[in-house]
Design a protein around this ligand. Structure first.
Ligand SMILES: Cc1cc2nc3c(=O)[nH]c(=O)nc-3n(C[C@H](O)[C@H](O)[C@H](O)COP(=O)(O)OP(=O)(O)OC[C@H]3O[C@@H](n4cnc5c(N)ncnc54)[C@H](O)[C@@H]3O)c2cc1C
Ligand code: SF4
Length: 866
């Protein structure tokens, strides 16, 4: 397909002005597209006539989101906004083959000659294929374009081995591995460095990422090179990959993702200076140092001696050149190589001096093995200035930590690394918001927008919401990671904020709950198609999954599309631990357990070599199970009458109790009986956050019920009900909601309290924060759940009745379904093979994980969330 305006090779004046000068842009990738957009929007007098010559047959598309095509997204959704056809002549599928600098003309493959007054090279990079024996064989592919996707799909469909090998464990390699996995191939990744994503991550972050990737069925080989590709004697096609450690990986599909090289061949042939490692050498204005009429932007430009493989610096170059072409004095602000990505569902972020190369730099590491998150902050030798950081698993602190680089730390590093979710939705790390950032801090690194500029857009230009800020400043229109900071800037300026869940839904979580309730929608894809936009993100997907689960306890959380919305722990119905093993936490209602069941727990722990520990929630953790052991362990446990304890879910965890009137001389009510009843009633109930409860048999409060989301304390006349307490990061005592309730009223009131919370709370908002945010506070809550002031109690009661009737044990659901059972293998290509990376030591006669070898500074700030 060829499309061109104005006619090819034309040097006729552009319709804009008679003396318009001719700009030719070579390459219509993301950066070439941005340049044209930037110039078009600013060149109001039409001083430039723009022609774009593109090699690919499609107009520019979002290459960063390429992999979403393997998840069912249509390629049309990736298309970047079309240029004004009356303004920009775009020729597709006709690459430039030569530059004639003397004649100021470019030659294209179709034989056209296109003259220019200014020429911008935006030709990007090509994947690097190492010069290995067999690397060119049929079956060896690369991953860069939509056409490559078609090739990979075709090769996967025709694969006889059902196996694929990706050479390279960086960003592109992992994206390719995910694609191959989604195509149903058993996939191996080979990486020369000792861990994945060696450019962005350190050993600890890389190790966690490797484990999480392995858990998805991709086998990772780090610290080993590739010797060559073996080929078929007759057909010459790839049959496998030989590694330098002697391993042979059988596979007829090999994807090379071992880095990229700038496409500077036109520049070389035309005598323009190129860098030592390639790339057109440009000055601070992105202008060729050899020829002032030639500019280079994006991955093909060599700035300050290096090329940059990320889109944000490319956009900054495009803005610089657009300004210069119109007589401005902009300069490339320098490369911010900060990255925040999602790889195979695992969040990864790296910013500033992530590898602590600054002399004297100190590292503070927070490793949360239960939540499978790793965070590191690099600080100056006096521990006062933030230099950089790495986040794996939970990257929600990134938007506010990255702009702090180079600034004085507003809080202790370990506090800054604390998980955001503990503070409620959108809470800044360690309570530090944009208010703590200097005015010059760059909030949006994709578009180099500072806090100052954003504040001015709000106060001077009247931007009243995030969309207005986005269109006014472009902040938030790139990777989107700064959107929470934009909200905070609006809040700080006193502008009332939208409660939209995320950029894919204009509704709050509570509104979405009502929509789901009113429409009966049962899938995320229908909800986002009918009431949202786009493909969803890691904010809305789990939030909607929880809404759907809390309305429909009868459908298993791993059934159909729901399985894909869950986070790592929910996906395996177990919490992943620091060495990649899992916890097994059966429910022990009210903490009451028979000797026979206690013996079963002991036998299972002994037979599978598990570590045992009695928890604060009055149950027994069995730790150290390998993924593939979980079904066998749970089969033994379910046969003995145990059920899932939901230690992995945002759900009701435990109802702790004291021994109460049955045994205690002071007890005035049967606290154990009530705790057992309540735990069985609410087991499996999914909520915006975890829920814990307690029942004490008298005012002495041995069960610590007032530190729980709901706590009950016996009185001579009945029960006092307390709500909204929690331990954790910000401990809070529960508040007294009602006194001296009889049994039935008590249960009904808790039912309504829980259902109202589930219906109206924000995502990741615990009951304490919810209660604080509730207009009218405790009085309002009392009026709603006791006096039915809103007339919704019948609904709340019915919803709880449905939950109680529909509850099914999640682990039993897995054991009865072969498809769900298949998820529990460490290596999908070799079921039953244990992960060799997992090993144990013995401490106090029990197995404990062998350290992952994380940096020593980690010890400074380790937490466990159990
Ligand atoms: C799968 C994948 C995931 C990625 N994820 C991220 C990410 O998460 N974050 C991030 O920052 N970056 C990511 N990147 C990198 C990002 O896509 C690139 O940095 C960005 O696309 C560079 O833009 P560019 O315009 O310089 O080059 P390109 O987008 O490569 O565009 C160059 C264009 O020029 C064309 N061209 C080349 N030679 C000629 C010629 N002689 N004549 C005419 N046209 C020519 C090419 O065909 C191409 O269309 C990812 C890349 C891939 C492939
Ligand atoms: S709370 Fe009261 S009833 Fe329960 S154990 Fe303590 S003293 Fe006994």
């Amino acid at each position: 397909m060829t499309r061109i305006r104005p006619p090819e090779g034309s040097s006729a004046p552009h319709p804009g002005t008679a003396d318009a000068r001719r700009l030719v842009v070579v390459g219509h990738g993301m950066v070439g597209h941005r340049l044209v957009e930037a110039l078009d929007s600013r060149d109001t007098q039409r001083r430039w006539e723009i022609t774009v010559l593109a090699e690919e047959h499609r107009p520019a598309y979002d290459r960063v989101a390429l992999s979403s095509c393997f998840e069912g997204v249509d390629e049309s959704a990736l298309r970047l906004p079309e240029h004004d056809p009356g303004r920009v002549g775009l020729r597709l599928g006709d690459p430039v083959t030569a530059l004639d600098r003397a004649a100021r003309t470019v030659h294209t493959a179709s034989g056209a000659r296109v003259p220019y007054d200014a020429l911008v090279l935006a030709t990007g990079s090509r994947p690097f294929v190492p010069p290995l024996p067999g690397a060119e064989a049929p079956g060896c592919l690369v991953y860069r374009t939509l056409d490559d996707i078609e090739d990979i799909r075709a090769a996967a469909a025709g694969s006889a081995t059902g196996r694929a090998v990706v050479v390279g464990g960086g960003l592109l390699g992992l994206e390719a591995a995910n694609a191959l996995r989604l195509l149903g191939l058993t996939t191996h990744v080979v990486e020369l460095a000792p861990h994945l994503m060696a450019v962005q991550l350190d050993e600890g972050g890389g190790a966690l990422l490797g484990r999480m990737v392995g858990e998805l069925g991709v086998t990772v080989h780090t610290g080993t090179g590739t010797r060559g590709v073996a080929t078929h004697a007759r057909t010459g096609a790839a049959t496998g990959v030989e590694l330098t450690d002697g391993t042979f990986l059988e596979s007829d599909l090999v994807v090379f993702a071992a880095g990229v090289r700038p496409r500077d061949e036109l520049a070389r042939d035309a005598g323009l200076q190129v860098g030592e490692r390639g790339g057109v050498v440009v000055d601070g204005a992105c202008r060729s140092v050899t020829d002032p009429r030639v500019w280079a932007v994006g991955e093909v430009a060599c700035v300050e001696g290096r090329t940059l493989g990320l889109v944000a610096p490319g956009y900054a170059m495009a803005e610089t050149v657009a300004d210069r072409l119109l007589g401005g004095e902009a300069a490339f602000p320098g490369a911010d190589t900060a990255t925040r990505l999602k790889l195979l569902g695992v969040g990864v972020a790296s910013f500033g001096d992530a590898h602590a190369t600054t002399p004297g730099a100190l590292e503070v590491v927070l490793n949360d093995p239960v939540a499978a998150t790793y965070g590191k902050l690099v600080v100056s030798d006096d521990a006062r200035t933030l230099l950089g950081g790495i986040l794996v698993g939970d990257t929600s602190g990134y938007p506010l930590l990255r702009p702090l680089v180079g600034s004085l730390l507003p809080a202790d590093p370990s506090v800054l690394l604390a998980p955001q979710s503990e503070g409620g939705a959108g809470a800044p790390p360690g309570g530090v918001g944009v208010a703590g950032l200097p005015d010059s801090a760059q909030i949006c690194s994709c578009h180099a927008v500072t806090k100052d500029e954003l504040t001015e857009a709000v106060t001077e230009q009247g931007c009243a919401d995030v969309p207005a800020l986005k269109s006014c400043t472009k902040a938030g229109t790139g990777c989107g990671s700064c959107l929470p900071a934009l909200k905070q800037i609006l809040e700080a300026a006193g502008v009332e904020q939208s409660t939209a869940l995320c950029e894919h839904f204009d509704h709050s979580r509570a509104e979405l709950f009502e929509i789901v309730a009113a429409t009966g929608i049962t899938t995320f894809s229908r909800l986002v198609a009918e009431h949202g936009r786009g493909r969803g993100c890691d904010v809305c997907k789990p939030a909607v999954a929880a809404i759907l689960a809390s309305r429909d306890s009868g459908t298993h959380i791993l059934d159909g599309e729901r399985g894909g919305l869950q986070d790592t722990n929910d996906r395996h119905l177990a919490n992943m631990q620091r060495n990649g093993t899992y916890s097994v936490v059966p429910r022990v209602p009210g903490g009451e357990i028979t000797p026979a069941r206690l013996i079963v727990l002991g036998e299972v722990a002994r037979d599978f070599g598990l570590y045992t520990k009695i928890t604060g929630g009055q149950r027994i953790d069995l730790l150290g199970a390998r993924l593939e052991e979980l079904p066998a362990i749970w089969r033994r446990l379910t046969d003995a009458g145990f059920e899932s304890g939901h230690a992995y879910g945002k759900a009701v965890r435990t109802v702790k109790s004291c021994v109460g009137s049955a045994w205690c001389r002071y007890g005035v009510q049967d606290s154990v009986g009530l705790a057992v009843e309540l735990e069985l009633r609410y087991r499996g109930l999914r909520a915006p956050h975890k829920l814990k409860a307690g029942v004490s048999g008298c005012a002495r409060e041995c069960a610590e019920a007032r530190s729980k989301d709901f706590g009950i304390i016996a009185t001579e006349q009945g029960w006092n009900l307390y709500v909204g307490g929690n331990g954790g990061f910000t401990p809070r005592h529960a508040e007294l909601l009602a006194t001296d309730l009889d049994h039935d009223t008590l249960v009904r009131t808790i039912d309504r309290f829980l259902m109202l919370y589930i219906r109206t709370a924000d995502r990741l908002q615990r009951t304490a924060a919810w209660l604080e945010s509730l207009e009218g506070g405790l009085d309002h809550l009392r009026a709603v759940v006791l006096d039915d002031s809103l007339g919704i109690c019948a609904d709340l009661d019915a919803a709880m009745a449905r939950h109680v009737a529909d509850y099914r044990d999640e682990w039993r659901g897995v054991l009865e379904d072969p498809a769900k059972l298949a998820r529990f293998t460490s290596f999908v290509n070799a079921p039953g093979t244990p992960d060799p990376a997992i090993s144990f030591a013995v401490e106090r006669d029990q197995p404990v994980p062998v350290d992952l070898g994380l940096p020593a500074a980690r010890a400074a700030a380790e937490v466990s969330t159990r």
